[in-house]
Structures are given as structure tokens and as C-alpha cells.
Design a protein around this ligand. Structure first.
Ligand SMILES: [Zn+2]
Length: 231
């Protein structure tokens, strides 16, 4: 048998076989190599976070709740905290009064809001909408006003005492809720009829004007409300 002509084929075939074996070994090796390479790949570039969206324009202020609209405005700042001497209903005599010297005797039908420690103007504000029915000076008050206000849907007369007469509104004027209607009169001046700087604030429970600040019988207090029942 002459193998000579087959020599190149044998060599060629051997090369093929070796090549196939090598290729097979590579193929076998490759799956193991892939996971080893993958972690080394550079991480994809991290995209910067998108810019924060523009804040929305501020929404228009909502209308105040109904309860806010119908509640009363304080007639002066720090209204309740400054009622320190004469609350509603206290019985006063010149001997027992928390204010000395004292010229009054009787049951106090209002609250007194004290401002002796405040040097500047103290604005007095309308507690709700209303109409001025009295505006003048009166003994014991100096400047004073009575305004017919709407309170919880009812008309009530409200007395503001010890006002600077130059600052008050005239009879017939319409006032709006929270509007400045006067400033307090000066301490122990003609503006307050010699009284200390304070607001005498009374809410009448009757429909007729009564300028008294004190009543002599306790039962007469029923003609006035304790103003704090509204605050
Ligand atoms: Zn008073």
C-alpha cells in the first residue's frame, strides 16, 4: 500500500484534528472566562440625576374659613392678657378697687384692658362690621363711641371708652371688621377724663344705649354680656 500520496492528506487531517481540538478547548474554556471578565468591565457612566423640577408657583391664598370670618376681632392687641384689673362683674368701691385712687362704686359691666406700660399709640379696632351710633366725650370716659355691631348675626351695641376724641369716627359712619376706629386716649389726660390709659369695652345685651360703666344692683348686669364669652 502506497501511502505516499496520502501523506499531505494525513498531515492536513492531523492539522484539522488538532485545530478542532484546540477550538474545542477554547470553546470549553470561554464560558468560564466570560464571568471573570464581566465584573472588570467599566461601569456604565452614571447619568447625573435630572435637575429638580421648578417649584410650582405659590397657590393663591385660600379664602379664610367661615368660622374665621364670623369670629370677632380683638378690639385691642393682647386683649385677653391685658384684662388685669377690672374684669366683667367685679364689684368696685374706692376702698377695695384694684385701681387707686378710685372714684367709682358698683358692678363693672365691661372689661378694662390695661395699657399704662405702652407709650405709643394703641389702635382700637372694630370687632365686626357696624355703624357708629354715639361718638362724643362723656363724664368718666373722655372720648367714647358706641357702635352697633353684627355679632353672630345679631345687632349688638358695643361701647368703647377712654378714646382720644380726635381719633374717633363720627356718628353714622360705617365701620368694617378689623378697621381702626380710634386710638386710646393719653394716660390720665383730658382724653380719658383723667383715667389711666386703658380701654373700657362693654357689649350690651339690650337694644337701648346705656353709657353707664357700673351698675348699682347685681341684677342689672344682665343688661350686658361678659365680652370674654365671645372670645
Ligand atoms: Zn371699665
Amino acid at each position: 500500500m502506497n501511502l505516499r500520496p496520502l501523506g499531505p492528506l494525513v498531515v492536513f487531517g492531523s492539522v484539522l484534528i488538532v485545530g478542532v481540538v484546540v477550538a474545542s478547548r477554547r470553546e470549553a474554556a470561554e464560558p468560564a472566562a466570560i464571568p471573570a471578565v464581566e465584573p472588570a468591565e467599566p461601569a456604565p457612566p452614571v447619568e447625573p440625576p435630572p435637575p429638580a423640577p421648578e417649584p410650582p408657583p405659590p397657590a393663591p391664598a385660600p379664602p379664610p374659613p367661615v368660622a374665621e370670618e364670623t369670629s370677632l376681632v380683638e378690639p385691642v392687641a393682647e386683649f385677653k392678657a391685658r384684662i388685669t384689673k377690672k374684669p366683667f362683674g367685679i364689684y368696685i368701691t374706692p376702698e377695695t378697687s384694684p385701681v387707686q385712687p378710685e372714684k367709682f362704686t358698683g358692678y363693672h359691666n365691661a372689661v378694662d384692658v390695661e395699657y399704662e406700660d405702652v407709650a405709643g399709640d394703641v389702635p382700637v379696632r372694630a370687632i365686626s362690621e357696624g355703624e357708629v351710633v354715639v361718638s362724643r366725650t362723656a363724664s368718666g370716659y373722655g372720648g367714647m363711641m358706641v357702635v352697633r355691631h353684627t355679632i353672630n348675626g345679631e345687632k349688638k351695641l358695643v361701647l368703647y371708652g377712654h378714646l382720644d376724641p380726635k381719633s374717633t369716627k363720627p356718628v353714622g359712619a360705617t365701620v368694617t371688621r378689623g378697621e381702626q376706629i380710634a386710638i386710646l386716649g393719653g394716660h390720665k389726660s383730658a382724653e380719658t377724663d383723667g383715667e389711666r390709659k386703658h380701654l373700657h369695652f362693654a357689649i350690651l345685651a339690650k337694644s337701648t344705649v346705656d353709657l353707664r360703666g357700673y351698675v348699682q344692683n347685681k341684677s342689672e348686669l344682665s343688661g350686658w354680656h361678659d365680652p370674654l364669652t365671645f372670645y
